[in-house]
Design a protein around this ligand. Structure first.
Ligand SMILES: [Zn+2]
Ligand SMILES: [Zn+2]
Length: 380
């Protein structure tokens, strides 16, 4: 894309021999005439001239491109005349190199942002560099992770330099466009039929040259600083989950966008609850008698208000009951609380209990053998 340099250096109207005010028809007519005249088939040795004419018509023969070309030329003239930093520069492109950054943003925005102006923040300058993505850990309680939380994380990252405001140039000076690459950050090298491009060595690929670097950031445009970032953690995050906070990472350079911040959530396990997607789970122990005869039990919830859950007579160990709406809160539908009843087998029995269990054993003396009948084993 050597286009901007060429646009500034070449007067395409002159090449086609038309006035700047010429109509599209006149431009087309002039081109056809010259193309015939300089066509290499008709006129050997006029190849260069033919190329020039074609290049000129490619731009001012196209209404949209012609408009951009005119704007760029007008702006560059203003740049030469009204630039307080101008002067001293000699040779091709010297005036161009004295553009202030603001002018450049508009200039390049117009060239590359075809079909409408782009904001200055994403002007496609070679110098604009996206900031670094950074990562921060956030420790949340189980309850906060389930309910969601708005909190702050502490990060240390690149921020725009407080002395130069991000330009990298010492106060009172301004970055200039690199004369070697014309602000593109890359240099084309022609080798026979092929053209290679490589990052510009003179400006380190930024497209900008800083004559007097800012003393604080040494021309980098950013400095490292600790800061706090407010983040909103959605309800139901799980341990280890990464939350992306766009544009809260390291500052970009020379008008580039900031990087993103990734918050890695760490949650401690809860002594009672666990999380399974949108649902919370809890294990509730019951005795054999409660499971066999049925009862109602009080089950805690994460919001602190217990709920009453019925244990139907004959509940098996491991049976799960669902308490609607007591899981992870959600904008649409909240999750549920899954209650798993676990029948406890006592390891120690009181005298009373022992008597009762022995009575039960007597009453159900043949039950055990019946249960095991289908296994096909004889009683011992
Ligand atoms: Zn600075
Ligand atoms: Zn350069």
């Amino acid at each position: 894309m050597a286009v901007q340099r060429e646009w500034l250096e070449k007067d395409y109207y002159k090449v086609l021999g038309v006035q700047k005010s010429a109509s599209d028809k006149d431009v087309a007519r002039a081109y056809r005439k010259l193309a015939k005249q300089y066509h290499p088939d008709a006129n050997p040795g006029s190849e260069e001239r033919f190329k020039e004419v074609s290049a000129a018509y490619e731009v001012i023969g196209d209404q949209a491109k012609r408009k951009e070309y005119d704007e760029v030329r007008t702006m560059s003239e203003h740049g030469f005349a009204g630039n307080p930093f101008a002067g001293g520069g000699q040779g091709a492109g010297a005036g161009f190199s004295n553009f202030r950054v603001d002018d450049l943003g508009d200039l390049l925005g117009n060239i590359f942002g075809r079909g409408g102006r782009r904001g200055r923040s994403d002007a496609a300058t070679a110098g604009a560099q996206k900031g670094q993505d950074i990562e921060a850990e956030l420790h949340l309680s189980f309850a906060d992770a389930v309910k969601g939380a708005t909190t702050t994380v502490h990060v240390t990252s690149e921020v725009p330099c407080s002395t130069c405001g991000g330009s990298g140039a010492a106060p009172g000076s301004a970055p200039t466009v690199c004369q070697v690459c014309g602000g593109r950050g890359v240099v084309n090298e022609n080798q026979g039929m092929f053209s290679f491009s490589h990052p510009c060595v003179a400006c380190g690929g930024t497209g900008m040259r800083i004559e007097v670097p800012c003393p604080t950031c040494a021309g980098h445009g950013t400095e490292k600083r600790a800061r706090q970032v407010k983040v909103r953690i959605p309800a139901g995050v799980e341990n280890g989950q990464k939350i992306r906070v766009p544009n809260r990472g390291g500052a970009g350079r020379f008008g580039g966008p900031a990087g993103d911040l990734y918050v890695v959530v760490r949650t401690a396990p809860h002594p009672v609850f666990s999380q399974k997607g949108k649902d919370l789970t809890i294990k509730v122990p019951v005795t054999f008698a409660e499971a066999a005869l049925g009862t109602t039990v009080s089950v805690p919830t994460l919001n602190g208000k217990p709920v009453t859950v019925k244990v139907p007579a004959g509940t098996r160990s491991g049976k799960v009951f669902r308490v609607a709406g007591q899981g992870v809160p959600g904008a649409g539908k909240s999750g549920d609380l899954l209650v798993t009843f676990e029948v406890e087998i006592p390891t120690k029995l009181s005298a009373d209990e022992k008597r009762a269990v022995e009575a039960l054993a007597k009453a159900s003396a043949t039950e055990g053998q019946k249960l095991r009948e289908r296994l096909g084993a004889e009683a011992p």
